[in-house]
Design a protein around this ligand. Structure first.
Ligand SMILES: *Cc1c(COP(=O)(O)O)cnc(C)c1O
Length: 383
């Protein structure tokens, strides 16, 4: 594969090559996105049949150089489950859960970190650093271990205990801070500047998005290359949302899809809903949310760097944004556990609670095909 990196904000579009350790745009500080010189033709679908069900089955869509081997723990290939009983209770005819909890390290963060660590190690990285609300730290710790590299993780002291134990279990150097992921980000950048460690923060390098893109590729394949009407995504930094929207554009451009693209919906917790607020006010950027509070640790991101890209995806797709209370998201996670046997994280619960609220509001029709994302495993949040 060959590709260039394109600034997501500069006009006219600014590009750079993929050598070394690309961060954000040197001119404006916005994220770079990968633009491939060629995409696989539709005839390549048949070759997928013989491939293993990990995210690397889509290597034709991923940033791998000719002689580059993925750093992998078998991420991707997760179940897409129809939930009929719970759907009937909530008035949906065609409701699905894309269950990311079986991923290595228990969340979909595995996809992004597998891609980012693969690229950086190929370029010679030996040390990594990440700020995290929890699961990105677990994933970095595991993939760094897999690569024989070192990891430093900055996390809020309020992060669920089991998640912190997992970060330590994979041998990372864990530093706890008072504050939220934004405060951890400042410490991580300082550490990167002082030591040369590679900072794999959300959208501060261009490859986590490419790993997350496989959520969209996989969903398309699992539904026979016809996408659902709506996708309900619990949103923190927004990599999944931005990545899936990028996947759908690329699939469409390459002629792989039947039918239209889905409407994309963001769900956030009412104690930290900067994207919902910006969407509703018609803004292009988010205003940082003061004093972010929610038990859904992955959604506790008060000032995401990918705000522009997220808001663009929501609007271009004709979707929207909604906030749900902690009580509602915890209740919905329990419904998925008890009613369907799916080990939903609070963030996955938020997606379901958001779907129900969007339907009440008239944004989703009962007969539409709707997919909610359970982004991580409930057991990580148990104390
Ligand atoms: C990180 C995380 C999120 C938020 O994902 P983004 O792609 O950063 O918006 C949601 N759920 C879980 C379980 C997470 O770990």
């Amino acid at each position: 594969m060959t590709w260039t990196l394109e600034c997501s904000a500069c006009v006219p579009t600014r590009t750079r090559d993929a050598d070394g350790f690309p961060g954000v745009c040197d001119v404006c500080g916005a994220p770079y996105l990968v633009r491939y010189d060629t995409l696989p033709p539709p005839e390549a679908k048949v070759h997928l049949r013989a491939r293993r069900w990990t995210m690397w089955r889509y290597d034709g869509w991923l940033p791998l150089a000719a002689n580059e081997q993925p750093i992998t723990l078998g991420e991707g290939g997760t179940p897409l489950l129809k939930i009929e009983r719970l759907a009937a209770r909530q008035g949906f005819d065609d409701l699905w859960v894309k269950d990311e909890s079986p991923n290595p390290t228990g969340s979909f963060k595995a996809r992004g970190l597998a891609a980012a660590v693969t690229r950086a190690v190929f370029a010679g990285a030996k040390q990594f650093v990440v700020p995290t609300a929890g699961n990105a730290g677990v994933a970095l710790a595991a993939y760094a271990a897999r690569a024989g590299a070192d990891a430093r993780v900055y996390a809020p002291a309020t992060t669920p205990r089991t998640i912190l134990e997992q970060i330590r279990a994979f041998g990372a150097d864990l530093v706890l801070l008072d504050g939220h992921i934004g405060d951890c980000g400042i410490a991580a950048r300082l550490h990167a500047d002082n030591t040369g460690a590679i900072d794999v923060s959300t959208l501060r390098e261009p490859y986590r998005i490419e790993g997350k893109k496989t959520l969209g590729l996989e969903l398309a394949e699992q539904f026979g290359w016809q996408l659902p009407d709506a996708i309900i995504y619990p949103t923190g930094g927004g990599t999944g949302l931005i990545g899936m929207w990028k996947a759908f554009q690329e699939l469409r451009q390459a002629g792989w899809l039947r039918g239209p693209l889905p409407r994309m919906y963001t769900v956030q917790a009412s104690g930290c809903a900067p994207v919902v607020q910006a969407f509703e006010s018609g803004a292009e950027r988010v205003e940082s949310w003061p004093d972010p509070q929610t038990v859904a640790a992955g959604l506790r991101v008060p000032g995401p760097l990918g705000d522009r890209l997220m808001l663009r995806a929501l609007r271009e797709s004709g979707g929207g944004a909604i906030a749900v209370s902690d009580e509602a998201l915890v209740g919905a996670a329990r419904e998925l556990q008890i009613g369907e046997g799916i080990d939903a994280s609070p963030e996955g619960g938020a997606a379901l609670a958001g779907a129900v609220a969007l339907q009440r509001r008239g944004a989703l029709r009962a007969d539409e095909r709707v997919v909610v994302f359970n982004t991580g495993a409930g057991w990580l949040y148990r104390t």
